[in-house]
Design a protein around this ligand. Structure first.
Ligand SMILES: [Cu+2]
Length: 123
């Protein structure tokens, strides 16, 4: 027969699971939020920027993430302010905040065929 009696051992075990899971849940939401909404990501993969062209409102921070084995840079060719990531190693990232509207073509300093453009609008 099934016992519906309160089992303190099971209760403590359940409580421990909840207490252990709670910080993981909080960490998960903290890291997931900025990338999704406010900060667009340009992925560097297979010697290309993806997306190659990105349009953002002024004040936006873009993150370049390198998923290649080779290191790369995101270095602008025209436009002010100047940005230059210098070497972004594998799994490394570079963030830059665009404070002035304009068109910012950029390339990889080591692989000049790798091209991208950031278009910053008035917002
Ligand atoms: Cu490169």
């Amino acid at each position: 027969m099934l016992s519906t009696r309160f089992n303190p051992r099971l209760f403590i075990r359940g409580l421990a699971v909840v207490l252990l899971a709670l910080p993981l849940l909080l960490i998960g939401t903290t890291f997931a939020r900025p990338a999704a909404a406010e900060e667009p990501v340009v992925l560097i993969q297979e010697y290309a920027f993806s997306p190659a062209a990105i349009t953002v409102p002024v004040g936006t921070t873009i993150t370049w993430t390198n998923a290649d084995v080779a290191p790369h840079t995101a270095t602008n060719i025209e436009g002010i302010p100047i940005f230059d990531s210098e070497l972004i190693v594998t799994d490394g990232a570079y963030r830059f905040t665009f404070t002035a509207p304009g068109t910012y073509p950029y390339f990889c300093n080591y692989h000049a065929f790798m091209r991208g453009v950031v278009i910053v609008t008035e917002g």
